[in-house]
Design a protein around this ligand. Structure first.
Ligand code: GLV
Ligand code: MN
Ligand code: MN
Length: 417
């Protein structure tokens, strides 16, 4: 089947899964019904192609061509879960393109000299349990079993209970160095989450920007939980001077985050908040806000987060509020493997005079987590608006097919030599 039609038929099958009828965004959260449907789809794709299907100890799904035990495997894939009301492309584009690239290579009649695998990493977005890349972090030993077992969702359901309810064994989870030791290279294709490709033009046939890019690095990033505790009271009868209202310090902290990020040329976002008791006519007793902050280097990130925390402490003190700040996750800067990156550039630039753009990103990925254990690389597909983590996320069909062909070329170059 040509790359285009194989891509389209898979894309159409996946599109309705986990899509909310009102927002039109995706709610494919780890270990939920929508996640199970995505997983069933992955298994079907593997079996339809005669690939050996397996689920590892951390719930990541694998589809193997060739002997998984032979070593030096070339692995590609991404994730199928989403952020709340996410777009269709972040994650699924990489998984669908992986199967389509394999179809393309089979159409070309290539012979593989190394095992090839397609992977779907579980819980990449961390939308349900608050920690991103749980599947790859566990596998790489960057998340301990003890910590994973303590993760809970917004309804108080723990990760082990959620896994169990979905039919997986939470006692089996943990580092998987043997599995990683059998992988020679991991390449993740992903929709670009910015407009660097749309704005660049290195002479590609598309004319208006470049369709495909190669990742250089991922900014260091993390998530911090700010708990502002005050005193619940009546919204109508409590004089302003008598209040200990944590919403005020929270609001001032949000503004400080914007200011500090601007000063450092970084980004800082409070995108999630819970309020107790959450009543219109009650002064809150607790405001809990989650800060996501990212910067080009560690020094700037430290300056931004330190500045926000200092400001929050001042505001809290001024309003008689208790403040706790907890770092819930952190990923240091990732420099993708230079040799693999150059190899991708060579493969994609071969037979043309085009230099494929190489770009950094502020978004986190499983490839970034695995880069501490094995050589990893990423391909980006042009996103004309740059919008991501939103139902408006988009990539043109032609660009997606160009992504499949680029990934096929890369896999052929890496696994057929
Ligand atoms: C994942 O998409 C992240 O960057 O938060
Ligand atoms: Mn994402
Ligand atoms: Mn992603």
């Amino acid at each position: 089947m040509p790359a285009g039609s194989s891509f389209h038929s898979m894309w159409r099958e996946l599109l309705p899964i986990g899509r909310h009828p009102d927002s039109r965004g995706y709610r494919r959260f780890a270990w939920t019904g929508a996640d199970a449907e995505c997983r069933a789809w992955f298994k079907e794709q593997a079996e339809a192609r005669g690939l050996a299907y397996e689920v590892d100890r951390n719930g990541n799904q694998w589809a193997w061509l060739g002997d998984p035990g032979a070593g030096d495997a070339v692995v590609t894939g991404s994730h199928l879960d989403s952020v709340p009301d996410g777009g269709a492309f972040d994650g699924p584009l990489g998984v669908v393109s992986s199967f389509a690239a394999l179809d393309e290579l089979r159409g070309r009649g290539v012979e593989f000299s190394k095992p090839l695998a397609i992977v779907n990493f579980g819980d990449e977005e961390g939308a349900r349990f608050g920690l991103a890349c749980v599947g790859s972090r566990l596998t790489a030993g960057q998340l301990t079993v003890e910590k994973a077992h303590k993760l809970t969702d917004g309804d108080g359901i723990s990760l082990p209970r959620a896994m169990e309810a979905a039919g997986y064994d939470p006692d089996a989870i943990g580092a998987d160095p043997d599995r990683l030791g059998r992988i020679g290279a991991f390449v993740e294709l992903h929709v670009e989450q910015g407009r660097a490709l749309a704005l660049s033009d290195s002479g590609s046939a598309a004319g208006s920007g470049d369709r495909i890019g190669i990742a250089s690095a991922i900014w260091p990033h993390g998530r911090w939980r700010f708990d502002f505790r005050g005193e619940a009271n009546h919204a109508g009868t409590t004089r302003l001077v008598d209040r200990r209202d944590p919403m005020l310090s929270y609001a001032e902290t949000v503004l400080a985050a914007r200011r500090e990020a601007e000063l450092a040329g970084a980004v800082a976002t409070f995108g999630k908040i819970t309020v107790e008791p959450n009543g219109v006519n009650a002064i809150p007793s607790l405001v809990r806000g989650w800060l996501d902050s990212r910067a080009e280097d560690q020094e700037r990130l430290d300056a931004v987060v330190g500045g926000i925390e200092n400001a929050a402490r001042e505001y809290a003190a001024a309003h008689g509020i208790e403040l706790d700040v907890v770092r819930e996750s952190f990923t240091p800067v990732v420099e993708f493997d230079h040799a693999l990156r150059d190899e991708l550039a060579r493969i994609l630039g071969k037979d043309t005079d085009i230099t494929v753009p190489v770009l950094g990103t502020g978004a986190g990925h499983d490839a970034g987590i695995l880069s501490g254990s094995i050589p990893t690389a990423m391909l980006f597909v042009r996103n004309p608006t740059g919008v991501s983590h939103s139902p408006a996320e988009f990539a043109a069909e032609d660009d997606c097919v160009a992504g499949v062909l680029a990934l096929a070329d890369v896999l052929e170059g890496l696994a057929c030599r």
